[in-house]
Design a binder for this molecule. Sequence first.
Ligand code: 16G
Ligand code: MG
Length: 547
Amino acid sequence: MSAFSLESIKNNIVPHKYEDFVYAYGTAGFRSKAEVLDSVMYIVGILAALRSKKLNGATIGVMITASHNPEEDNGVKLVDPRGEMLEQSWEGYATKMANAKDGESLVQAVNEIISAQKINIETPASVIYGHDTRPSCPDLVKHLESGLQVSGAQAKNYGVLTTPMLHYLVRCLNTAGTSDAYGEPSAEGYYKKLSDAYKTAVKGYARLSPLTVDCANGVGAIKLREFIQHIPEEILATNVINDQTTTLGALNKNCGADYVKTNQRAPPTATIAPGDRFCSYDGDADRIVYYYVDKDNVFRLLDGDKIAGLAAMFIMELVNDAGIDSVKVGVVQTAYANGSSTRYLEKVLKVPVSCVATGVKHLHHEAEKYDIGVYFEANGHGTVLFSPAALNTIKTTEAKTPAQNRALQQLSALTELINQTVGDAISDMLLVETILTNRQWSLDAWDQAYTDLPNRLVKVVVADRTIFKTTNAERQVVEPAGLQAEIDAIVAKYSNGRSFVRASGTEDAVRVYAEAASRAETDELAYKVAQAVYDRGSGVGSRPLLQ
Ligand code: 16G
Ligand code: MG
């Protein structure tokens, strides 16, 4: 291991592929075509080392993935010591460093961070990293390693991982040997923690019919196969499909959670009949949706909103049965949550619901405000967080009846089963399977909680999406001026109408969401709002591009 050296940082800079390409650390880190990311990997290595030094040598994680994006894309994001996303105030540093085009300006950017953050560069740095199955990963890893090398970081490559496993490892390493130890910092440790908890949580209940898991031809296939070695088939039966992790071009192609959610249909590779149980992961296995076909062979999606409703319902009942009513449950959603789901949570479950801006980090932070915070985006990103106080109550309450004892044990198992660092497809799948097994419910039975309002998501390509500014958790537009009034006037004409617009954080487009009482009304509402966005956005071409 070498020492931190500004001279080396300058001399080893990786040139930018294109002169005019502008990099930005966005909702999911840096993400774009893999071919432009070499220079970014190098600076991420340096940034991760600086972040570790700033936090007294705590281990920082780096994950190389572009999630549900096509195979030719890639991306990279940093993971903070407790397994959360990189603190937002550092995103600007990442962007600044990534756009430094020569050694001099990179060193200047590094020096600015060191002085603004009062970093002692003598402090040791520790960084771990992992990547998904994309063919571009090995080369990108080399550039990352070069950045870690010039920063003198102690680094460890964990190889191919799901994103949530990397988050898990970071938390384990940083809590090892403390009273807060999260687990064994290895893939085995992760499998063991989750599988042991699952066995406890379903003990005494009959196993459900097999679950088919579409792994998007990504890393989830490899890791799920390893994981299920830890659970006997009499306890959990799975059937893995879309597991072609070495077939070029297969990743996320016509499969995976994003395909299913966006197209509202099963992947063409899935043969699905009434009574069958299916779920889909995305390319890095941090997101999941369930689905089935009803008796008339109509496709039914059980998305992140449905998972949130199921989890909140089950956990609230356990809290009640455990006699620990002081522990308050809350749910966090975004504006994309179906209106019916919000109504179900508020009116039927009577659980407090908060709405925050899109992006896991926003939901995660809001969920931390509850004793037990359930958070899910409609697209299937989400988890359940237990506060230290809630954990303590669950662990220390003495049961007075067998029923109370059982509820406390179940809650305790859930605290181990549910990934506390970030949404995790494998862990979320086990959560859903636990609840359905405890209830002996089919997917159809779960789906009865409420009926989704018809909804439509459209994309409008405009000249400059950054002029669209929102407030109130993205539910209202403040700029361009006048647009919100126009949307309000359009929405007012539709029964149960709701619509909002926001600039995408991952694509160059403005997204329009609409829902209303009927499919026809929903489509008309979406189209009218999209037209209004297009007119204000000095649109590209002659018509709004709806996708
Ligand atoms: C990213 C976010 C996801 C969000 C999506 C929105 C993370 C890990 N991922 O994938 O939470 O739903 O962006 O995309 O935060 P959009 O801004 O293009 O609509
Ligand atoms: Mg993902």
